[in-house]
Design a protein around this ligand. Structure first.
Ligand code: DC
Length: 219
């Protein structure tokens, strides 16, 4: 029998890199819940809705059909029938996702989708509220964090490797702002579940973190 692994933590802590590696090693499905919030955010942005227009976000939410499929182990996010994987990784969409994910109609819709996915398969799911709300009975719960400067440097290097111009100070400021917003919202704020294991990856390699998490799985 497999198990469900929940990984929560702030932006840029390495959740998706670690979760993908664990999924590959264990043969589990990787579910990137942030990508779903980003797809919804893209939808609102395309409609011209602003980050602080909560009523408009609620009214528009039913019109966004977000689904997930897998191709060669990679998660594809579909928004109203369109593959949006190439459109959701920008800082602007990330910021909008942080705001629109505070909306109860957005959360209700996506939490249901995430819970359905975990019922069918063994999953490694990462996000902000997986251990606290989405999968409260997950077999393994990890709260993955790292120093904000370390996280900013990682993001900076990732963007530079893709050939994008960026400013380290701006990235660090954005990360701190987004974490504050994610930790202080009323609904399912980012926090460590009581039964989650804290891992600080500031001085750890990807392999070290993945092995530590795999070591927590009984099967
Ligand atoms: O992990 P990410 O950067 O792709 O997530 C984008 C935003 O989505 C994040 O700032 C907060 C929100 N989010 C959430 O509220 N709950 C989740 N389970 C995952 C992401």
């Amino acid at each position: 029998m497999g198990c469900n692994i929940a990984i929560d933590g702030p932006a840029g802590a390495g959740k998706s890199t670690i979760a993908k590696l664990i999924a590959k090693k264990k043969g589990y499905i990787y579910v990137d819940t942030g990508a779903m919030y980003r797809a919804m955010a893209l939808y609102f942005t395309e409609l011209g809705i602003g980050a602080d227009e909560q009523d408009k976000i609620s009214a528009a939410a039913p019109g966004a059909d977000v689904t997930i499929t897998y191709e060669n182990g990679e998660q594809i996010v579909w928004l109203n029938g369109k593959n949006v994987n190439g459109l959701i990784r920008t800082e602007a969409v990330g910021k909008m996702a942080s705001s629109s994910s505070a909306n109860k109609d957005v959360r209700k819709k996506l939490v249901e989708l995430q819970q359905q996915l975990a019922k069918k398969e063994s999953v490694v799911m990462d996000g902000r509220d997986i251990g606290t709300c989405v999968l409260p009975d997950a077999d393994v719960k990890v709260y993955l964090t790292a120093d904000s400067h370390v996280r900013a440097v990682r993001r900076y290097e990732e963007l530079r490797a893709k050939g994008q111009e960026c400013d380290l100070d701006v990235i660090e400021k954005d990360i701190i702002e987004r974490d504050y917003q994610d930790m202080h919202r009323a609904l399912s704020p980012l926090r460590q579940a009581e039964d989650a294991v804290l891992i600080d990856s500031s001085d750890m390699s990807i392999e070290q973190v993945a092995d530590a998490v795999i070591g927590m799985c009984k099967s």
